[in-house]
Ligand binder design. Structure first.
Ligand code: CP3
Length: 344
């Protein structure tokens, strides 16, 4: 019997002598092999829906670095596409979607049971990976949290302050809540299908959770995530869930207990010492090196990496960045981070 995978041990609450490590956006444009496969696919969305090539790019950072986890290569915006939104990517700018601003727009969305027609290739990628990964590597599936995905569906693109979603929430509560509910139900089915295909852990990305304050955070970030986790736990007991309510600040405190998440991922706006004191006592934490160190490297990278490992060594911890690695990162700096974490 091989020892249980390190990521699963940390997620079960074990304090390990060396934290397991993976990296958000580990398959991405900073890697020349990713850029080559993306060119072969034609564009980003074609890559997501080509199971063979999506499998290949998921495996690339595992081969190069030996990370402890692989994250399915896909995107949080595939679910709105599967629900009938138009989706395309503008090079150098990011995603564009058809917008929903009223009841008529909401009524055009497909029912949840129709999502699988579009998402079947994603489940095939998961099945490929379950058969292809080295036995010590954990396979993570993922989806966006309803609020974050809704911000893109309402605005039709990324926005600095999520203004259009906040406006719809204030001006047309019933339509806003109907969008959140459809996404919550769709996410349950999407993640459940990823687990059935072989995902061993799932992560819920709430990248814009920090723009919800007070009661809004509880209603639109915490509550939908809690509903998703509760349902997944009922259907798939024992499959761990990582929640990432990015920039939640004080709302990170108690998030494990309230949501039922096995692990709370934290961004780099909070210090590891603060996380050790206020969040880690509730369970496993993941994070939180600034991604800019993957661009700048050097002694600062080594010092900040050591500081995080040291601060979080008394409890369950999965080492990661505070947000995704950026295209201008140097692949050698990723190796330096890994060597530093593993004490090589
Ligand atoms: O982490 C991984 O390696 C797995 C794959 C993954 C991608 N996107 C691939 C991707 C994951 C987990 C995501 C999540 C995602 N997608 C989030 C949540 C995490 C976060 O970053 O806050 C969000 C908000 C999106 C939506 C999205 N997708 C945006 C805003 C963009 C454009 C910005 C950018 O970085 O270009 C994308 C595109 C995207 N998703 C790329 C990748 C590798 C770059 C596309 C390319 O190759 O051109």
């Amino acid at each position: 019997m091989p020892a249980q995978k390190t990521i699963l041990r940390a997620l079960a609450g074990e304090t390990l002598p060396t934290p397991p490590i993976w990296m958000m956006r580990q398959a991405g444009r900073y890697l020349p092999e990713y850029r080559a496969t993306r060119a072969q696919a034609g564009d980003f969305l074609s890559l997501c829906y080509n199971s063979d090539l999506a499998t290949e790019v998921t495996l690339q950072p595992i081969r190069r670095y030996g990370f402890d986890a692989a994250i399915l290569f896909a995107d949080i915006l595939l679910l709105p596409q599967a629900l009938g939104a138009d989706l395309w990517f503008v090079t150098g700018e990011g995603p564009r979607l058809s917008t929903i601003t009223d009841q008529a727009g909401f009524d055009k969305l497909k029912p949840v049971e129709d999502i699988h027609e579009t998402l079947n290739p994603i489940y095939q990628t998961v099945r490929n990976l379950a058969g292809a990964l080295p036995e010590e590597v954990t396979l993570i599936g993922f989806a966006g949290a309803p609020w974050t995905v809704a911000t893109y569906m309402i605005a039709g693109k990324g926005t600095p302050d999520q203004g259009p979603a906040h406006a719809l929430k204030a001006e047309n509560g019933p339509v806003f809540e109907a969008i959140i509910d459809r996404l919550t139900e769709g996410t349950i089915e999407y993640l459940s299908s990823q687990i059935e295909a072989g995902a061993e852990v799932v992560k819920i990305f709430d990248s814009w959770a920090g723009s919800l304050k007070g009661e809004d955070f509880d209603r639109y970030a915490l509550a939908p995530t809690t509903r998703i986790i509760t349902e997944l736990k009922a259907r798939h007991p024992g499959v761990p869930v990582i929640a990432f309510p990015r920039q939640a600040g004080d709302k990170y405190v108690g998030f494990h207990e309230k949501s039922g998440a096995d692990c709370v991922a934290v961004d780099d706006s909070v210090t590891a010492e603060w996380v050790a004191q206020h969040v880690q006592p509730s369970g496993c934490v993941q994070g939180n090196l600034k991604s800019s160190h993957m661009v700048t490297g050097g002694d600062d990278l080594v010092r900040e990496t050591r500081k995080i490992v040291e601060a979080l060594k008394s409890g369950p911890h999965i080492f990661n960045l505070g947000h995704g690695i950026t295209p201008d990162a140097d692949p050698d700096n990723v190796q330096l981070m890994i060597d530093t974490v593993r004490g090589a």
